[in-house]
Design a protein around this ligand. Sequence first.
Ligand code: SF4
Ligand code: SF4
Length: 362
Amino acid sequence: MTTTPLQPRITDIGPPAYDKYLPPVIRKNYGAWKYHEKLAPGVLCHVAESGDRLYTVRAGTPRLLSIQTLRRFADLADKYCDGYLRFTSRNNIEFLLEDATQIEPLKRELVTLGIPVGGMNNAISNIVHTQGWVHCHAAATDASGLVKSVMDALIDHFTQEDLPAKLRIAVACCLNMCGAVHCSDIAILGVHRRPPKVQSEMLKKACEVPTLIASCPTGAIRPVPGVGGKQSVEVIEEQCMYCGNCFSVCPAMRMADAENDGLSIWVGGKVSNARTAPRFSRLAIPYLPNHPPRWPEVVDAVVKIVDVYRGEARKYERVGEWIDRIGWPRFFELTGFEFTRYHIDDFKHAGMNFARSAHVRH
Ligand code: SF4
Ligand code: SF4
């Protein structure tokens, strides 16, 4: 018998060196930039100590991209930027130009292709989001569908810088909170509203019971004998707050429920240290239904927050800073959202939690 020799395995090589793909003007002026200025919505100019100028045109992307779309981006970069481009930390794309006369033709071509230019400064930039029903087993809602629906309604705030300050929106499809929902001006978060259904038959084969019990933040899971005397667990339902953490570690704790899963809306988080300290987002709406494909209730709620904030906040005030100034009662009054018992923090199980909760405290 002949055996094919194994190919040598290439491993632990890390990403390419960070400077390998830098445009020449950035390589030349690295660490020697003097200032930058805004030329138009979505267009920046960086000026180096050498006098060199770098023009950046930022455009929105849906994040979930086909190879065809990436090739189209690469073609545009070849045509206008000597083949250089970059993606931002909010999954926008930036084209980096040295020739200012190419800015307008590039913008025209992007807009013709349906790719909006903007997302800088006092605008709504891309929505940081997660996998949703496209790829994750834990999702209580979708991500891409929600993001498309919300951005369609807010697109004018992406292409124009017409807000008091930058406004960051994030989506996460379960409260694992992959991404930035816990620290965004507006956050949309998938929630369950029913305890897990324990599938005893599968549990013993698929799960490590001590890990499963330890995964519950409220101690709601306890061991019981299952079918045929095999080990299983039960959930003390009045102690469960439907976080889904047990399902993350054990697929026999089914959480998804088409009728009762939905969304919550959170406001006022930020990560920067400008003016005030970073802060967590706090609960604004405990539950809205999952209504794909356009989630009208969620879109209306987000547009409402943006409109009220835009009308009421002072220049440079982020959503959380604005709410600090006017107070939560006024926030609920202005938005018309109902203040409920679900807004009051009752999570006692984490030592530092009381001072740092993302909920409203009264
Ligand atoms: S937030 Fe939850 S459902 Fe969404 S990608 Fe992360 S783990 Fe999956
Ligand atoms: S959903 Fe959360 S609170 Fe409920 S049993 Fe599972 S881990 Fe515990």
